[in-house]
Design a protein around this ligand. Structure first.
Ligand code: HAM
Length: 426
């Protein structure tokens, strides 16, 4: 007998957990509408080059974590990859569909699964879900603050009141190269003390040493030169203006000079969301930033852009830890039951009629004893049981209020109004 399991690093979202995700999706959709971001969908896989170019060939996300897709036939073999994030695909779509001729910025949002071949652990999966929001075609700084505020609001609405914003600027092509060189020289002087991966990165991507998770790096990183002190005039002005806008919005944030992010496309503003208090190796709940060179890198005209992605998985984990993930579970308002084991057609017919009226109703289609059927209805969290018996011939049923444990005879024609009232109260 084969025994199959979900692939390592993936998991099934069983109905209770799926409901928690669905609740986050609803909050995200509602916020997107209120902030004027329209939904977009891009394919779950793209030409691998979209990610190699867009995200950067020497990032972990591309170098180590890309799920390359190899079809079993065809000319496109090995050219595809599952999307590890949404921004590169969205910018590819922006260029492909000539969105630079639309009113700018193009504000779009996408909620869906992403794939990274990461080492699985709590809060780190190979398939995970993001809410991604992008404003393409606006150089900021006001939109930077709007997005930071939008992300912070999502966590509040979701029920995480303790989320902190961390903010940085990583400069632009005018000022960053000199800084990266200086940083490389700084870490180069300590090359002997660097762990192996960090030593490799010293040549490929010294900036990433700043967010090294190696405890041995902490002191070196703390004493490293910071970008904030080396921003060119326009980048410094931009950061100051983003900060002023955040202050005007009353958004608290912490300046974090080592916040460099794991994707290469960022310029200027970068930000991440963390739960306050839990220090150290903590994972970000979400993050984003400005990517003023990305559209051009993917073949479009020079176009500024900024966005963020918030991971649903980590929010659900945090809510579960607080005992607050319990979303409205979408159970039935009523279950139609009956003592006569052969009268399932009547139960189904009445449930169907109530569903016609928009009510969430289940029919018990089993031949179990009535008592068992009622227990089942209670377990499902239904507020009512509609009990079919001989009175049905006269157009009446017993309506049992499962919350109040009371029961009365009601006309079938009155059922809809009675159940509706309860739905509104619930
Ligand atoms: P990111 O920081 O790579 O940014 O991912 C954003 C969020 O996705 C993370 O903070 C985390 O919550 C979630 N996430 C990432 N990897 C995993 C994983 N393996 N398992 C569970 N959750 C994960 C981006 O993806 C950028 N595209 C954000 C962006 C949009 N920047 C500009 N626009």
């Amino acid at each position: 007998m084969p025994s199959f399991r979900a692939p390592r690093g993936t998991r099934d979202l069983l109905p209770a957990e799926r409901a928690a995700f669905a609740r986050l999706e609803r909050i995200a959709r509602d916020l997107a509408v209120r902030y004027g971001y329209r939904e977009i969908e891009t394919p779950l896989f793209e030409q691998a080059a979209v990610f190699e170019r867009g995200i950067g060939a020497v990032t972990d996300v591309v170098e180590k974590e890309l799920f390359r897709v190899t079809p079993s036939r065809g000319e496109e073999r090995e050219r595809w990859a599952l999307r590890p994030e949404a921004t590169a695909g969205i910018c590819r779509a922006y260029v492909e569909h000539g969105m630079q001729t639309w009113p700018q910025p193009v504000r779009v949002s996408l909620a869906g699964p992403m794939f990274r071949y990461d080492r699985p652990q709590a809060g780190r999966y190979r398939q995970f879900w993001q809410w991604d929001v992008e404003a393409i075609g606006d150089p900021g700084p006001a939109v930077d603050a709007e997005l930071v505020e939008l992300g912070a609001r999502f966590y509040r609405d979701a029920g995480l009141g303790d989320v902190e914003v961390r903010l940085n600027s990583i400069g632009d092509p005018a000022c960053r190269p000199a800084y990266v060189e200086e940083l490389g020289a700084y870490f180069g002087r300590h090359a002997g003390a660097l762990p192996e991966l960090e030593r490799e990165r010293l040549t490929t991507n010294p900036l990433r040493l700043l967010d090294s998770k190696e405890p041995a790096m902490a002191a070196l990183v703390a004493a490293a030169p910071t970008m904030a002190d080396r921003l060119c005039g326009p980048c410094a002005e931009h950061l100051a203006a983003v900060r002023a806008h955040l202050e005007a919005l009353g958004i608290a944030y912490r300046l974090e000079p080592t916040l460099v992010r794991g994707l290469d496309y960022y310029t200027r503003t970068t930000f991440e969301y963390y739960r306050r208090g839990a220090e150290g190796q903590q994972q970000a709940l979400g993050g984003g930033g400005r990517y003023d060179g990305l559209v051009e890198l993917l073949g479009g005209k020079p176009t500024p852009g900024i966005g963020f992605a918030l991971g649903f998985d980590r929010v659900v984990l945090a809510l579960e830890a607080l005992g607050a993930a319990g979303a409205a579970d979408g159970g039935p308002i009523a279950v139609v039951v009956g003592a006569n084991p052969t009268a399932t057609a009547a139960r189904l017919a009445l449930a169907t009629r109530l569903r016609d009226e928009g009510l969430a109703v289940r029919a018990d289609l089993s031949a179990r004893k009535l008592g068992r059927q009622l227990e089942g209805a209670v377990r499902e969290g239904a507020h009512f049981a509609v009990i079919l018996g001989d009175e049905l011939a006269d157009g009446a049923v017993q309506l049992r209020d499962l919350d109040a444990a009371s029961q009365k005879l009601v006309a079938v024609d009155d059922l809809v109004a009675l159940l509706r009232r309860k739905t509104r109260d619930a």
